[in-house]
Structure formats: structure tokens, C-alpha cells
Design a protein around this ligand. Structure first.
Ligand SMILES: *Cc1c(COP(=O)(O)O)cnc(C)c1O
Length: 398
């Protein structure tokens, strides 16, 4: 028998870019494990524990034997509680049949893309973008159309930019407010202008609102589906429990969508992942049912994030050559480091090597000249890490 090398992997496997944010985080953790004193701003998750009453809800369900398959879209009580919360928080009338609970917000977004995009369709993605959007669009056989929204426009896509990017093949635009990686929050008026374009050009809108509860300065989150009848018919709101409730490892994401889209998402999920972990869903149910306890935990986390946001911003803007917008949501700042004349990748590699400070290159988010810094880390790390960053920048300028 002649031996032959096995055939190549698929084009999906060969063309996917691994998550660069997880890669930097892994490198920083490896250095720390080797005994280095690393200051990491690379984390993409809250540094708080999941609130106790949520864990208790899950543990009780586990003990009670809630360990079997349930409805693909999620347990009925949870879908009803999610639908009701959209009513109480945003005044949006949502039926449980419009809600699908998935294994993580990332998977929710991916299924939403699969539900509305066919191969060859175009998807408008504003940059800086969350690293997974272009990859999930490509995995659907669709084509990402990246449009740069720079710091001069507050990292926000304008209606004019959207209009100019739309072609007859455009099916979907992805909006992420508050944003990862910039922390930018769109105003209601800005979203209305974008929605007007989406309606005129007949696009679907995927509104990734996973950071919906993490907004500062007394700002109010606008849920895109609340912008009128036309918005309701074409908007898929993605969210989940990961960021607001410090539940990243639980893997619980949600979509709220018009009934035909919710049905499609549920069917896609039924043949790929089935239901999100059953007992985890009972933890999420406790988060919504014991709203007062959840609110207290969230307020505590928000106060800490807000304090760190201001500290990080003040320290960064005091560094000659660095400029930075004071973003109003999520837990990231996205400083501009273009004055140092290094690519963002090289900047980050040298910073980690010389000063043991981990930040994520803007190039990973489609925005050269920037780095992403997460302030979901201790106040001490922020002070120490930015002092090292300042020393690094001073040497680059010298
Ligand atoms: C974290 C995140 C998600 C969802 O994360 P999961 O851990 O899969 O729930 C979705 N969108 C953005 C922009 C995020 O940063």
C-alpha cells in the first residue's frame, strides 16, 4: 500500500484567524506563571466573582437533577424572564418566542449571522471591531465590508459612511454599543440615523448589546429594537450574561429577534449545539428573578469600573505622545499610540518584553495606531502598569 499524506484541512480551517485577544492573554499568563511580575490589561472579562445568589440558583438546580436536555431555545421560565426584562428595562414588548438562549453571546452572534446571510452577501462591520465579527461572517460564506470609524468620529460609524458602504449585496450591518474594543457608546440620535439608512436600504441589523448594563456618566443605553416599527422588524439584539453579571465561563448568550429569525436561530442551534447548559440557565434565572440582589452586585462592579476608568484615562493622557478618548461604556480604553512610529503589534510585543505590560494591538481590531487596554483589573495593576508604560513611551521618544 503506497502511503500518502492526508488531505489538507478545509478552507474554513485554513482561513480562520485565531483570536488575538485570547493569544495575548495566554502569553501574559504564561509569563506570570514563569514568575515574571506582569501587569496585564489584556483581559476581556470582569475581574469579579459571579454573585452568590446566581451560583446558588445554579447549584440548587444541579442538586434537583436539572441535568438533562431542555428546549433548544432555553427553559421556558428563563425565556419569559428575559422577555419581561426587555419590557421593564426598555419598554420593548417581547414574546418568549422571540428569545433564544445560546451557549455564549459569541455563538448567539454567529447564529444570527447564519440566520440572515447567504454565501456572497455583504456585511458592513465598523472598525475598530470585535475580533470575532469578520471571522464569523466569513464562516457563513459572507463577505465582511470593513468601514473605519476613527477616534476623530469617536469610533462611531456615521449614517453617511453606512450609506456609502451599502451595495445591492449588503444584507446586514453589525453595531456594537457599548463597544469592544473602544468603549464607545452611540447616542440615540446616532442610532436613529443609522437605522434610517438600514430601513431605506433594507438591511438587517445585528445589535450586539452584551455591555448594555456597563455604561457610565449617567448615560442610558438605547436598545436598537426600540427605535420604531421598522427597527423592530429588522433588528436582532444580541446580549447575554457574561459581562454584566461576571459570568463569562457560564456560556450564556441571548438573542431577541423578530419571530421568523428567532425560529431560524433556534433551528440552527438545534443541529449544532442544542440547548445551553441546563443548570447554568437556572443560575441566569436567579439573576433575573432576584433582581434587587443582582442590581446591588452590578452597582458595586460599576462603581469600581468607573473609578478605574477615570484613573486609567487620567494616567494615559498624562503620557506625552498618547491621546485617549474617555469612553463611556464597557471596560476598555483604546489609546492612540501612533505618534511613536511603531506598528501596534510591535509596540505591544516590545512593551510586554521590556516592561512586562500586556495590552492588545489595535491591528487585531482593524485599527492600527491604537492599543486596547482593559480596566477590568486591580487599581494597583493600573497604577503600576501605566507607570511602566510611561517609562517605555519616554524611551521611545528619547
Ligand atoms: C464578550 C463579548 C461577547 C460575548 O461573549 P460570550 O463570552 O460568548 O458570552 C459578545 N460580543 C462582544 C463584543 C464581547 O466583547
Amino acid at each position: 500500500m503506497p502511503t500518502s499524506t492526508p488531505p489538507p484541512l478545509s478552507s474554513w480551517a485554513r482561513n480562520i484567524a485565531p483570536s488575538p485577544t485570547l493569544a495575548v492573554d495566554a502569553k501574559a499568563k504564561a509569563l506570570a506563571a514563569a514568575g515574571e511580575d506582569v501587569c496585564s490589561f489584556a483581559a476581556g472579562e470582569p475581574d469579579f466573582d459571579t454573585p452568590q445568589h446566581i451560583k446558588d440558583g445554579c447549584a440548587a438546580a444541579l442538586q434537583a437533577g436539572k441535568t438533562k436536555y431542555v428546549a433548544t431555545s432555553g427553559i421556558e421560565e428563563l425565556r419569559r424572564a428575559i422577555a419581561e426584562s426587555y419590557g421593564s428595562v426598555y419598554g420593548l414588548k417581547v414574546l418568549p418566542g422571540q428569545v433564544v438562549v445560546s451557549p455564549g453571546g459569541k455563538f448567539s452572534c454567529y447564529l444570527a449571522v447564519l440566520a440572515v446571510c447567504s454565501p456572497g452577501d455583504e456585511v458592513v462591520i465598523p472598525a475598530p471591531y470585535w475580533v470575532s465579527y469578520p471571522e464569523m461572517v466569513k464562516l457563513a460564506g459572507a463577505v465582511p465590508k470593513i468601514v473605519l470609524a476613527s477616534d476623530r468620529s469617536g469610533f462611531k460609524l456615521t449614517a453617511g459612511q453606512l450609506e456609502a458602504a451599502v451595495t445591492p449585496r449588503t444584507r446586514l450591518v453589525i453595531i456594537n454599543s457599548p463597544s469592544n474594543p473602544t468603549g464607545a457608546v452611540y447616542s440615540r440620535a446616532e442610532l436613529e440615523a443609522l437605522m434610517a439608512v438600514a430601513e431605506r436600504r433594507n438591511l438587517y441589523v445585528l445589535s450586539d448589546e452584551i455591555y448594555e448594563h456597563l455604561v457610565y456618566d449617567g448615560l442610558k443605553q438605547t436598545c436598537l429594537a426600540t427605535l420604531g416599527k421598522g427597527a423592530e422588524e429588522r433588528t436582532i439584539v444580541a446580549s447575554g450574561f457574561s459581562k454584566s453579571y461576571s459570568m463569562t465561563g457560564w456560556r450564556l448568550g441571548t438573542i431577541v429577534a423578530p419571530p421568523p429569525i428567532a425560529k431560524a436561530v433556534a433551528e440552527l442551534q438545534s443541529q449544532t449545539a442544542s440547548n445551553a447548559t441546563t443548570f447554568a440557565q437556572y443560575g441566569a434565572l436567579a439573576a433575573l428573578r432576584q433582581g434587587e440582589k443582582t442590581r446591588v452586585a452590578l452597582e458595586k462592579m460599576l462603581a469600581a469600573f468607573d473609578r478605574r476608568r477615570r484613573t486609567l484615562h487620567a494616567r494615559l493622557t498624562a503620557i506625552p505622545g498618547v491621546s485617549c478618548l474617555l469612553a463611556q461604556g464597557a471596560f476598555y480604553l483604546f489609546p492612540n499610540i501612533s505618534s511613536f512610529g511603531l506598528g501596534s503589534l510591535e509596540f505591544c510585543e516590545r512593551l510586554l518584553e521590556k516592561e512586562k505590560v500586556a495590552v492588545v494591538p489595535g491591528a487585531a481590531f482593524g485599527a492600527e495606531g491604537h492599543v486596547r487596554m482593559s480596566y477590568a483589573t486591580s487599581d494597583e495593576t493600573i497604577e503600576k502598569g501605566v507607570a511602566r508604560l510611561a517609562a517605555f513611551c519616554a524611551r521611545l521618544k528619547a
